[in-house]
Design a protein around this ligand. Structure first.
Ligand SMILES: N[C@@H](CCC(=O)N[C@@H](CS)C(=O)NCC(=O)O)C(=O)O
Ligand SMILES: N[C@@H](CCC(=O)N[C@@H](CS)C(=O)NCC(=O)O)C(=O)O
Ligand code: FES
Lengths: 104, 104
């Protein structure tokens, strides 16, 4: 519950949040996508948190139904993974979501 | 040296070999690419080999200069990772390599 609250707080207080793993190419792709469009996400590297990493990953699954990384939130809303985010980008919907947040 | 010899033997005796990790999307992509073109690779899942997984990964780095997965061999030749393999496929060169092996 503590960890769950901390996730809710994190995604509420940060416009773009990516739960990631440093050595994962899908995580790299989504991080560099946001960089390309000039947005700086808050990145949480689950493989760098010791025992808390796997715990966080389970909490995220409980909160979003998604166990995999990358796990992307925009404006507190769960977006999905790499494929989902790239799809939104290609449809032009990513910039719409971001513009609603006053960060681009 | 024993592990190195076993890798050399494996890639010499099997037309297509993929060193992979089960939960890695890039590994999944390259496995399904070969499946789509009707080729059945020998897949070695490094995350399912206990302590030998990381050892094999280091041996592969010594042999190929590549530490990352997926690590793809065709006809005993080191091809590269997911991006390299997809590139070859798009250039039409993958089927050329495979046809030289009498397996497509
Ligand atoms: N279609 C999803 C695939 C997500 C996925 O399979 N992620 C893998 C890593 S690439 C994963 O989280 N595997 C389990 C793990 O690393 O704990 C996406 O685009 O994000
Ligand atoms: N461009 C390379 C990327 C390879 C890569 O970064 N692989 C990651 C997993 S997606 C890796 O091996 N990370 C270190 C590890 O898993 O031990 C490819 O297309 O294969
Ligand atoms: S771990 Fe390979 S793409 Fe995520």
């Amino acid at each position: 519950a503590r960890l769950e609250d901390s996730v809710k707080k994190t995604v509420a207080e940060n416009p773009v949040v990516i739960y990631s793993k440093t050595w994962c190419s899908y995580s790299m792709e989504v991080k560099s996508l946001f960089k390309r469009i000039g947005v700086e996400p808050l990145v949480i590297e689950l493989d760098q948190l010791g025992a808390q990493g796997p715990q966080l990953q389970k909490v995220l699954e409980r909160l979003t139904g998604q166990f995999t990384v990358p796990n992307v939130f925009i404006g507190g809303k769960h977006i999905g993974g790499c494929t989902d985010t790239v799809k939104l980008y290609r449809k032009g919907e990513l910039s719409t979501l971001l513009s609603e947040l006053d960060i681009d």
